[in-house]
Design a protein around this ligand. Structure first.
Ligand code: ADP
Length: 611
């Protein structure tokens, strides 16, 4: 994370450095090309200014040459004529010259337009040059006129050849300068002595480039006090150009491009100082625009990259979350499948166990039934045998009356056996008939008969509060017997081995269309009243069913210790049977102790005894 951040910071810094470099380069190139243009313009400006100056001065030069040839002037210099002064004055007025002077070969003034006193010209370089037959040029601060002047001295040739004198035309430099004062660019003309003599900035005039410069030269002359030090500047070379950094000058640009142009015609050098500030401003602007564009572009790029990076990160996070979730789901799915498999297997095992149990139950019922039948019938049979043997003995002894009693007992026992067999047959018979009217008293009496033997053996008191009027309900007789038998057998099972009195109360309560049959015991009560009707719910040992849902009573079965073995099917079968009659069976713990079962049945519409 830190590395990625560092990389980004580095990239940003590198980008900024690159932008700075690029804009500096663009600024430099822009500056150079702006200087190119400035130089071109400056050169033409300087050439123009120089042309104007030389052109202007040229006029006076030519005037001097023309005046030298004038006959009046020639006559005057030779001392032969007069009226030259008028000519000179008129000419000076017309041409705008400051003065026109005719000088003799000796150097003395013969005539002048201004007539302001004589001046010695002998020995002056311009005069000497004229006397040599050439054109003399000179500039100075002329005391006579109190200003800067340019002088052109032209020789006057005598008819026989030698130079007779000279005509000097004096030009007022101020008048020449006046028309272009203040114009741009800053231009000044320096002479051979390095003094700025003419300029469009008056401050620059008389600035001497060299200290202690000679005050007199071949073409110029200055009083030393007139000159002032040249402005302070430091030249810088910019690819063949010279830039000046000028100090303390009000009307001269502080940063300027310096151009120079030699003007041999007037023995001077034209110089121009061009302000580079606009070029610098332009270059800075170009650099600034380039930088701004680059930065804007970079910022956009950076934002786009950031956005893409954020999106990619979010995407990656999402993908990993989806992957994680998918993996979790797959795991859960696999777990679920495994669980489903386990459940299916468990269910199969359960079903198998159930069917095994049912099978076992059936077998045990069969065994119990045969054991029961033989036991039930064996006891009266033994009794019959002993009664018969006794009767035989009594008959031999001639006691016919006692023998008759024994025979009566035999008959009674046979009847009882017949009743038992009848009940067994009834149970064995698969009841397939629909509902009929059943007398409850008959049902309960039959059950009590079957359980009589066990009740006696277990010392259980069974009390049947038989109603005065027969109570007729809708149901199947044998199935109803099966239900009641199961309730009585369960009660006996529950009370088996208990110290307290073992009692079972059976009552009928009829209310309108419904009839309740209640079976209550004094046993320990129900452990879990809510579950007693669940198939296979039992608190007894799982094994042979001690109860009578197989239709067999406990009577005389000789199954001591078997009474507490169950399959948990008795009550659930009873529940189904009662429901099939349209009735209901409930079990609860009685407030006074013990369990109480209520079988609610529909009362038969007629009060006729059906069975
Ligand atoms: P089984 O008799 O084979 O156990 P049943 O369905 O007849 O199966 O009875 C289920 C259970 O209900 C019994 O195991 C017993 O716990 C309980 N039960 C039924 N009748 C009584 C009763 N009168 N007193 C106490 N518990 C009883």
């Amino acid at each position: 994370m830190l590395n990625a951040l560092q990389t980004r910071i580095l990239a940003v810094v590198a980008f900024l450095v690159a932008v700075a470099g690029l804009s500096a380069g663009i600024g430099w190139v822009g500056y150079m090309s702006a200087l190119d243009q400035l130089e071109q313009r400056g050169r033409s400006d300087l050439a123009l200014a120089s042309d104007r100056l030389t052109g202007e001065l040229q006029r006076y030069r030519e005037l001097a040459v023309l005046m030298a040839d004038h006959p009046t002037v020639a006559a005057t210099v030779q001392g032969r004529g007069a009226g030259a002064q008028d000519l000179l004055r008129q000419t000076a007025d017309k041409t705008g010259s400051l003065d026109i002077i005719v000088v003799s070969a000796a150097g003395g003034e013969v005539a002048s337009a201004s007539a302001t006193g004589a001046q010695r010209h002998g020995g002056k370089p311009y005069f000497e040059r004229a006397m040599d037959g050439a054109l003399g040029t000179y500039h100075q601060v002329n005391d006579r006129y109190g200003q800067r002047t340019f002088q052109f001295a032209a020789p006057i040739f005598s008819p026989d050849g030698p130079v007779a004198g000279a005509v000097i035309v004096v030009v007022n430099v101020d008048a020449v300068e006046a028309v272009w004062r203040g114009a741009r660019p800053t231009v000044f003309f320096t002479d051979e002595l390095g003094v700025a003599f003419i300029s469009n900035r008056s401050e620059l005039v008389f600035m001497a480039r060299q200290e202690g410069a000679a005050v007199q030269g071949a073409t110029a002359e200055y009083a030393p006090e007139v000159l002032q030090p040249f402005m302070t500047y430091s030249p810088i070379d910019r690819r063949g150009r010279t830039l000046w950094t000028v100090e303390d000058q009000r009307y001269v640009p502080a940063q300027a491009l310096h151009l120079s142009l030699p003007l041999p015609v007037i023995q001077m050098t034209g110089e121009a100082l061009l302000d580079v500030a606009p070029a610098q401003l332009l270059a800075r602007l170009q650099a600034g625009v380039a930088a701004a564009l680059c930065l804007a572009f970079g910022a956009m790029l950076f934002l786009a990259t950031e956005r893409r990076r954020t999106l990619a990160e979010a995407n990656a996070r999402l993908e990993s979350a989806v992957e994680r979730r998918t993996a979790e789901l797959s795991r859960t799915n696999a777990d679920l499948r495994h669980e489903v498999g386990e459940r299916i297997a468990t269910e199969a095992q359960l079903k198998k166990a159930q069917s095994d149990l049912v099978q076992a139950g059936k077998l045990s019922a069969l065994g119990q039934m045969s054991a029961g039948i033989s036991h039930e019938l064996n006891q009266p049979l033994m009794a019959i045998r002993s009664y018969a043997e006794n009767a035989e003995t009594f008959l031999e002894r001639g006691k016919a009356d006692v023998a008759g009693q024994n025979l009566g007992r035999i008959a009674e026992l046979a009847r009882r056996m017949g009743r038992i067999i009848k009940n067994l047959r009834a149970f064995a018979k698969q009841e397939s008939e629909g509902l009929t009217d059943v007398n409850l008293d008959g049902v309960v009496t039959a059950v009590l008969e079957i359980t009589q033997a066990r009740a006696k053996a277990d010392e259980v008191t069974v009390r049947w509060a038989a109603p005065d009027q027969p109570v007729i309900v809708r149901g199947g007789e044998v199935r109803l017997q099966q239900v009641v038998l199961n309730l009585v057998s369960n009660a006996m099972d529950a009370m088996e081995g208990q110290e307290a009195a073992k009692e079972i109360d059976i009552e009928v309560a009829a209310s309108g269309a419904r009839v309740d049959l209640l079976v209550r015991d004094t046993g320990p009560g129900l452990d879990e009243p809510d579950r007693i009707f669940d198939p296979f719910y039992t608190t007894k040992l799982v094994g042979q069913d001690g109860a009578g849902q197989n239709g067999m009573g406990q009577e005389g079965m000789g199954q001591e210790g078997m009474g507490q073995e169950g399959m948990g099917l008795g009550l659930s079968i009873s529940y189904g049977l009662v429901q099939s009659f349209g009735g209901m069976i409930r079990g609860r713990n009685h407030a006074g102790g013990g369990a109480e079962f209520t079988v609610t049945l529909d009362a038969a519409p007629t009060r006729k005894v059906a069975a």
